[in-house]
Design a binder for this molecule. Structure first.
Ligand code: WT7
Length: 674
């Protein structure tokens, strides 16, 4: 039983289960359970299975009710769901504006003085921004964009650090109906370039730089490089974050490049929100797939806003009048889109927005922030938690963390050890930990406990949320009620992706063909005897590094792009801190030297092509790569090499000697990061 009340939970799965066979081996049995702390239960928004029951009885009626209560509509919808598999429309015919819902509505209802963001810059500068102040900035920037010729439907690329101008820019886009495409500020200019090209962005919003561990990251420089090959871009708007006194000088191209503060100074403070259809595009967000070409994931307005507002409210048990909420992700990822910007603002929440790294100026920066702002809800990634574990409890112990009441986790499986550490040392054993599973594509949290209700098991995301239908299936697509398999979704959900920009076929192929009639997310999962879901990582060739998806193919392409590389095979090896670490097996062109310096050069090359997140941790030079007779690289074997496991039966290898060689090389680790 998943809930803490006494009603029995429906068994997971509706299909035949008799013949289903576990497709992925069980790994680990975790037996500790944690009911909601007594102190927590009473005031919680959900303490019974009422929401689950309502959604179970009438899924569309359930979402319609949420859409009515959480979102303000200019015109009502005609149909809740139009499902033409695999294409869904939610709240068809409904009209709304997302920025109106995040701002104007709160002003109209007397919440203008509430703090929207406590901004904390890495150097220690601070800004308190109320809803009323945020609204003025957004209206101004919406007018700026219009004056630059951005019309409804035009795409705007945004490439900046975590400063208040970032949410301002994207809300302004939402206000005028110009879909934004935020490119994570840690990505390289090449990555930015390909995303600008794919979306044909008309304007780029950026900053001179962003602070990271006391040093400026030169963003405008990256934009300049990207823009050499992007004819669609007419203007670049540049926020001055660092300034010349911070050591960053930018060159402004006359006619093209404009300073944010110049434009804002003369912009009007009122811009009427565009009437948007529920199915109009709100944004594109690019994510890695199994091929080198990133996918522009499309999200629309009505269904998306409904589900992110719903999940933000119930998963974190949000009490917007009193909570101080902090999602420590970057707005460049979907977590930030849904749970720093749209969900919290739609719900009128007060959030912390932090620019920098957790170890600047010291390793207690986060705990200092929590103490000072009296943060009540913290949402972060397991990779961060494992790093904090490594640093030790002395840092959190220096601070009063007693304001915390809910802890969230996202991005990758959280191992029970990290869960317990988070629960004890950060949450003081009094805060439920909500392990939230979702993806860029799902737009919104899909599988998660509810903190006032679920009995938690460390490492389990527990069960599909109300209004979400998830099932674990075997290789044949038969529903598993117990054991390991593939996690699938059987019913469309409001915040689901509407497709891959410009490529409907790829959308069908990627998500809907492996198991007919089901959305397959690429994740393995296990169901235990109590119906709990345990995610166990990706089953495709996508690595999960520090909670971010990195495609093996993309890294391989970047390596092969280097003139001295002949061939490359990339795998994700288990890594205690980052979840997976990128290990690259590289064959060089003849005559090229396999020295350590070459390894550094290749790592830098990948970082330049894709971004520092994709920089291989280890490069192993080898004369040949292990391949099957049909020429397929044997990734599993390479992963084993990388993980230091036994290689087992290698008779399918074209050249068995390679294995020995690779193994030796791996042991020697010609080039390793640490
Ligand atoms: C992939 C999606 C969702 C925002 C951050 C990443 C993995 C995410 C969990 C979790 C186990 C998780 C999955 C998923 N993942 N949350 N709670 N437990 N795995 O978004 O870049 O689209 O990556 O992250 O593998 O497919 P993303």
């Amino acid at each position: 039983m998943v809930g803490s009340d006494t009603s029995p939970m429906e068994p997971i799965g509706t299909g035949p289960s008799g013949d289903a066979r576990a497709a992925i081996e069980d790994f680990y049995v975790e037996e500790r359970t944690f009911p909601p702390p007594a102190s927590f239960g009473a005031g919680a928004l959900a303490t019974t299975r009422e929401l689950y029951d309502a959604a179970e009885a009438d899924l569309e009626g359930f979402w319609a009710k949420q859409a009515e209560s959480l979102v303000d509509w200019f015109e009502p919808w005609e149909r809740v769901l139009v499902w033409d598999p695999p294409f869904a429309k939610w709240f068809e015919g409904g009209k709304l504006n997302v920025s109106y819902n995040c701002l104007d509505r709160h002003l109209r209802e007397g919440r203008g003085d509430r703090v929207a963001y406590y901004f904390e810059g890495e150097p220690g500068d601070r800004r308190v921004i109320t809803y009323a102040e945020l609204a003025v900035e957004v209206n101004r920037f919406a007018n700026v964009l219009k004056d630059l010729g951005v019309n409804k439907g035009d795409k705007v690329a945004v490439y900046m650090g975590m400063i208040p101008e970032l949410p301002v820019a994207i809300l302004a886009c939402a206000r005028i109906g110009a879909p934004h495409s935020v490119v994570f500020g840690g990505f390289s200019s090449k990555a930015l370039e390909s995303r600008i090209l794919d979306a044909e962005a008309k304007v780029v919003v950026t900053a001179d730089g962003s602070w990271r561990r006391g040093n400026p990251v030169r963003l405008k420089e990256g934009v300049d490089a990207a823009l050499e090959n992007t004819p669609s871009v007419e203007h670049v708007v540049v926020v001055r974050r660092i300034g010349e006194e911070g050591g960053v000088q930018v060159s402004m191209k006359p006619g093209r490049d404009l300073w944010w503060h110049d434009l804002m100074a003369s912009a009007g403070t009122e811009c009427a929100p565009e009437l948007m259809d529920s199915e109009d595009l709100l944004y594109l967000l690019y994510t890695s797939g199994t091929t080198a070409r990133p996918k522009g994931i499309m999200h629309t307005t009505g269904g998306y806003l409904t589900q992110v507002a719903f999940t933000h409210k119930y998963v974190f048990d949000l009490h917007p009048e009193t909570d101080v909420y902090w999602c420590a992700a970057d707005i460049g990822w979907v977590t930030g889109h849904s749970y720093i910007v749209y969900g919290p603002l739609a719900n009128g929440a007060t959030s912390v927005l932090y620019e920098g790294t957790p170890d600047y100026p010291d390793k207690d920066r986060w705990w200092d922030i929590i103490e000072r702002y009296k943060v009540t809800i913290l949402y972060c990634a397991p990779t961060g938690i494992r790093t904090f574990m490594k640093w030790g409890t002395v840092y959190p112990e220096k601070h009063d963390l007693s304001s915390l009441r809910v802890l969230g986790s996202v991005g990758e499986p959280i191992n029970p050890e990290a869960w317990i550490w988070y629960y004890e040392h950060i949450g003081g054993s009094r805060c439920p930990v909500v392990d939230t599973w979702w993806q860029t594509e799902t737009g919104s949290i899909m599988v998660s406990p509810l903190p006032g209700l679920s009995v938690l098991k460390p490492g389990s995301a527990v069960e599909a949320l109300p209004g979400v239908r998830g099932e674990v299936v075997d290789d044949e697509g038969r529903v598993l009620t117990r054991g390991g398999g593939y996690f699938t979704l059987t019913h469309p959900w409001p915040a689901m992706l509407r497709g891959i920009y410009g490529d409907p076929e790829r959308y069908k192929e990627t998500y809907w063909t492996r198991f007919p009639g089901r959305y397959f997310a690429g994740d393995g999962a296990k169901v235990d005897g109590d119906g709990y879901i345990w995610f166990i990582g990706r089953v495709d060739d996508v690595m999960n590094v520090s909670g971010h998806r990195v495609s093996t193919t993309e890294v391989e392409s970047a390596l092969v792009d280097h003139p001295s590389v002949a061939e490359a095979a990339v795998v994700g090896a288990n890594d205690p801190t980052t979840g997976q670490a990128i290990v690259a097996f590289v064959t060089l062109r003849s005559g090229e030297e396999k020295a350590g310096a070459r390894g550094e050069e290749l790592r830098a090359h990948v970082a330049m092509r894709i971004g520092p997140i994709a920089r291989p941790k280890t490069i192993i030079f080898t004369d040949e790569l292990p391949k099957t007779r049909s020429g397929k690289i044997m990734r599993r074997l390479l992963r084993d090499v990388a993980d230091g496991h036994d290689l087992g039966d290698t008779t399918t290898l074209a050249d068995p000697e390679v294995v020995d060689q690779i193994r030796t090389m791996a042991e020697e680790r010609l080039f390793a990061e640490d």
